[in-house]
Design a protein around this ligand. Structure first.
Ligand code: NAG
Ligand code: NAG
Length: 215
């Protein structure tokens, strides 16, 4: 704790000396949030992507999406460049509605679980209940990748956390998105993915998720 405080004091002194601190204070006499652009797609999820600082938005396909993919289908993910305020559509394979997400140690974002196909709006949307989706920068570009590896069980509303050793803790969720008070629909387990976000196929029971239903 003392060490942290020392660093903070040094930071303040250095910042004052460099005249940087003033610029970092938020001017509270003005609204802090300003609309700078549109996500172009429903934006249940948003994440800042390393190393570029681009922002990815993600949700299920909706008929009010403003962006379309090159194949004319409604987009349900987009990439926003805050530098030039440009938004572009991203293709996704499975329904990511209410998925969990976290970052892999190599900087890729991984999203886990989701919901059912949505044939009324887009028959190409795949079952996302046990999906694993990756996005990271490759050759200066970002695309969602779903090689086909799945979670060990279906998880709608999964929770995910990157552990100190780079493995991923994934817990809870609903097996089907049906009645949340019916324990048959609950998934009271966790699993651990490896540093590449791959499941070993094993679920472990978590009593706290049994005792505190729903997910
Ligand atoms: C979207 O679907 C809703 C029903 O879910 C409908 O009321 C609305 O008119 C549709 N909007 C468009 C742009 O198709
Ligand atoms: C609980 O859910 C299971 C599986 O979805 C279903 O078969 C069963 O009928 C449900 N029970 C009640 C009381 O709704």
């Amino acid at each position: 704790m003392e060490l942290l405080f020392l660093f903070y004091v040094l930071y303040v002194i250095t910042s004052l000396a460099l005249g940087l601190l003033d610029q970092e204070f938020v001017d509270l006499s003005h609204d802090y949030f300003q609309v700078s652009a549109r996500s172009g797609v429903p934006a249940m999820h948003a994440a800042l992507l390393p190393p570029s600082g681009m922002v990815v938005f993600l949700d299920k396909v909706e008929n009010y999406s403003e962006l379309r993919l090159p194949n004319q289908r409604l987009a349900y993910s987009s990439l926003y460049d805050p530098q030039i305020r440009n938004v572009s559509p991203l293709a996704v394979t499975t329904n990511p509605f209410c998925c969990g997400g976290t970052f892999l140690a190599d900087g890729r974002l991984v999203t886990l679980g989701g919901n059912a196909p949505l044939p009324e709006l887009d028959p190409t949307v795949g079952d996302g209940f046990d999906a694993i989706r990756y996005i990271g920068m490759e050759n200066g570009d970002y695309t969602w990748e779903e090689p086909g590896n799945k979670l060990a069980s279906k998880r709608w509303y999964a929770s995910a956390q990157t552990m100190a050793d780079g493995t991923i803790f994934v817990a809870a969720g609903s097996l089907n998105g049906l009645d949340v008070l019916n324990s048959s629909n609950n998934n009271p387990t966790y699993e651990i993915l490896d540093v590449n976000g791959l499941s070993n196929g094993r679920n472990f029971r978590m009593d706290i998720l049994v005792e505190n239903m729903p997910y």
